[in-house]
Design a protein around this ligand. Structure first.
Ligand SMILES: [Zn+2]
Length: 275
């Protein structure tokens, strides 16, 4: 989950509070979720500018990462995580940022292919950075996306791979490649198989134009065959989104024979029974 809503105006004093954390915890209790962690986006922190100076990062970077860590450790009972974009070529810089802090878990995500985002279509002011502008060839974008995802897994920087087929986010609004999509998943699978990452199953995709869980079942099947464990997320940015559609996620996982999910403490993973 994220304590911070997506809106720009929200100031740290509004959401990095024990009261706000408590609102998520209450919803978690109501919905039978015991293990709860917060993973703010790295680009919300000024220190992320040491990793990458993309305009998206420069636009959002306001908060102090150490204040965030101290707040989560001292004023909440949440696991301390971070969602850190994978930026090819900046692995050492990201490693430096991560190494200095005492995370429970680090989530890796691919939102950008070089300078273009896969998930900013239709965002006013960001047209220039939209990989789908002027129709973005889906074959090419999907290939690049899964290449980058495989590299992210292989980098060893991450405990969890977030929303693994995010590239499908606008399916229905924008074209997706034809036919069996496993030819794309295959591209990422070597990197994933050689890594030690857990694969995030996220219900956030159900709130997006695609209207599907991330990742698609065939993708997760391939990861399971490669021996990867599963982590579960609703990617909530508001307390009411916590555990969003988890019944569907649990039956999705049950259909694939998944009975345990990965939880993390000080970057050590253990498996807990699901449901
Ligand atoms: Zn993300």
């Amino acid at each position: 989950m994220h304590l911070r809503p997506d809106e720009e105006a929200a100031a740290p004093e509004q959401y990095f509070t024990s009261e706000n954390a408590e609102r998520y915890r209450e919803t978690a209790d109501e919905r039978g979720i015991e293990e709860l962690g917060v993973a703010e986006h790295v680009f919300r922190f000024v220190q992320s500018l040491d990793v990458w100076g993309h305009p998206w990062f420069r636009h959002w970077a306001r908060d102090d990462i150490d204040q965030y860590c101290t707040f989560v450790r001292e004023e909440t009972d949440l696991r301390l995580g971070i969602e850190a974009d994978f930026v090819p070529g900046r692995e050492d810089r990201l490693a430096n940022l991560l190494e200095d802090r005492d995370w429970d878990y680090v989530v890796g995500s691919v939102h950008f292919l070089r300078d273009d985002a896969v998930d900013l279509h239709g965002e006013t002011g960001w047209e220039q950075w939209d990989v789908w502008r002027s129709g973005g060839d889906p074959e090419r974008v999907w290939r690049r996306y899964f290449e980058t995802l495989g590299e992210a897994a292989r980098s060893g920087l991450y405990d969890i791979l977030a929303h693994p087929d995010l590239v499908k986010i606008f399916a229905g609004q924008l074209p997706v490649p034809d036919g069996d999509l496993r030819r794309f998943y295959e591209i990422a699978m070597d990197g994933i198989a050689e890594s030690d990452v857990a694969i995030e199953v996220s219900t956030a995709g159900l709130r997006k134009p695609v209207g599907e869980i991330y990742p698609a079942a065939p993708f997760l099947e391939m990861c399971l065959e490669a021996g990867r464990p599963v982590a579960l997320s609703s990617d909530a940015h508001l307390p009411e989104q916590l555990g969003f559609e988890y019944e569907r996620a649990v039956s999705f996982l049950g259909d694939l024979g998944v009975t345990e999910i990965a939880v993390f403490e000080r970057r050590r993973r253990r498996l807990e029974p699901l449901g």
